[in-house]
Design a protein around this ligand. Structure first.
Ligand SMILES: [Zn+2]
Length: 156
């Protein structure tokens, strides 16, 4: 007979992100590595879905994006922006493919003027990859090949 239990390692605590529940707006701390285990909101028990982009408000930008333990891809967009709609399926694909390794979020630049100004977003769509609170790469417009490349390096 062998022991079936798995050991608990310190790495359990190094991939945390703060995410606001889309239903009740409770701020949850989620271990991204366990995103596949269908995490739920601590307040309302509704699912926190990480296999798709998460909308982040200006007020939550620092907590969710800059304080994330994993790389974060931010899609700066606006509802009226046609090229942004071209980028959307790419963002969806990246969120789905890299679940557990990174966080993919969308920021509506019309509702986040301070963040847009801070990061000098002059055209949309602009995609920025953040790691440890710092911008490491940026893509302007529709550059699917380059963005996939940058993501592969960021999660490697
Ligand atoms: Zn909730």
């Amino acid at each position: 007979m062998t022991e079936g239990g798995r050991s608990i390692t310190m790495s359990d605590s190094i991939s945390q992100v703060s995410l606001r529940c889309g239903f009740c707006l409770e701020l949850n701390t989620v271990n991204v590595e366990r995103a596949g285990d269908r995490p739920v909101c601590s307040a309302c028990s509704k699912p926190i879905l990480l296999d798709r982009p998460v909308k982040v408000s200006q007020d939550d930008f620092e907590k969710t994006v800059l304080q994330s333990d994993v790389p974060v891809l931010v899609d700066f967009y606006a509802d009226w922006c046609a090229p942004c709609k071209m980028v959307a399926p790419l963002i969806d694909e990246i969120a789905h493919q890299h679940i557990g390794k990174m966080l993919v979020v969308k920021v509506d630049t019309d509702r986040a003027p301070d963040v847009a100004m801070k990061y000098e977003i002059r055209s949309i769509p602009t995609l920025i990859i953040f790691q440890d609170g710092v911008e490491i790469e940026r893509s302007l417009g529709f550059e699917p090949e380059r963005v996939r490349d940058l993501i592969e390096k960021a999660v490697a």
